[in-house]
Design a protein around this ligand. Structure first.
Ligand SMILES: Nc1ncnc2c1ncn2[C@@H]1O[C@H](COP(=O)(O)OP(=O)(O)OP(=O)(O)O)[C@@H](O)[C@H]1O
Ligand SMILES: [Mg+2]
Length: 255
């Protein structure tokens, strides 16, 4: 796996809280029925951390990631990102922060079918007029090489395997050099070989300095994180270093 230095350090500095959620609530109203997806969530994520988020279907994992990724707003509570109160930002500042600081990877890849691989990857940079054409081209080539997809740059998503599509989606998430990567079950639609390739990539990005917050149902991949937060019914019910969640070795095995 090639290494990369594409990830910028955050202004919060190593180990400082990059994210601070206080009393976050998220409610959805439909046909007079209120669903509380998140209920009084308190969470701090330090710069450079690799955090896994787990919990049963419907417990609020994707809702949490959408709020962290500025794709959605909480119904109540405060979200501080890199020392900034997100609620105080206007739409333009939010969009800019999302575009420059955050990379999102989805379970369903979410590539645009009528754009080529390289145009999909270049898309986040189209909102960055300050980057010249040559810089954009170089960055796209760099991240496509990182995910080992340079040979498919002119292909379209439908011409790729699921694992290849997810690698392109990771390249798209990285091309803006974000400090925070949010991944919502990035291996959920992949066989184990491709899932391992994707996890290798995410681990490389984390080692290079990015903060990584990943939703996963798979204990093997959660075990790669430094810390696991478990949600249940919209609440944080456990927040532990991952090592504490590993089964204890039996003395006979340790010999
Ligand atoms: N746009 C929406 N409108 C109404 N309810 C919603 C909406 N989005 C999520 N919900 C509800 O909020 C709750 C949490 O959903 P969420 O998608 O965050 O769960 P999840 O933990 O990601 O589940 P899964 O593991 O199945 O992906 C669920 O009860 C869901 O039905
Ligand atoms: Mg989900």
């Amino acid at each position: 796996m090639k290494s990369t230095s594409t990830v910028l350090p955050t202004s919060a500095g190593a180990g400082a809280p990059l994210i601070r959620l206080t009393g976050i609530r998220k409610s959805f109203l439909s046909e007079e029925l209120e669903t509380r997806a998140l209920d009084d969530v308190h969470l701090e994520i330090r710069s450079g951390e690799f955090l896994a988020v787990s919990g049963p279907s419907g417990c609020g994992k994707s809702s949490l990631l959408s709020i962290l990724g500025l794709l959605d707003s909480p119904s109540a509570g405060s979200y501080e990102l890199n020392g900034q109160q997100v609620a105080q930002l206007d739409n333009r500042a939010r969009a800019q922060l999302r575009n420059r600081q955050i990379g999102f990877v989805f379970q369903a890849f979410n590539l645009i079918s009528d754009l080529s691989v390289e145009d999909n990857v270049a898309l986040p940079l189209s909102y960055r007029p300050e980057l010249g054409r040559a810089e954009r081209r170089d960055r796209v080539a760099e991240v496509l090489a990182l995910v080992d997809m340079a040979h498919r740059a002119r292909h379209y998503p439908a011409q790729l395997s699921g694992g290849q599509q997810q690698r392109v989606a990771i390249a798209r998430a990285l091309v803006g050099r974000p400090s925070l990567i949010l991944a919502d079950e990035p291996t959920g639609n992949l066989d184990s070989r491709n899932a391992e390739l994707v996890m290798d990539l995410l681990q490389t990005v984390h080692r290079d300095g990015a903060t990584l917050c990943m939703v996963t149902h798979d204990p093997r991949y959660a075990a790669m994180a430094q810390r696991t937060v478990a949600l249940f019914d919209g609440r944080v019910v456990a927040d532990l270093p991952t090592a504490a969640l590993q089964p204890q070795r039996q003395p006979a095995e340790a010999l």
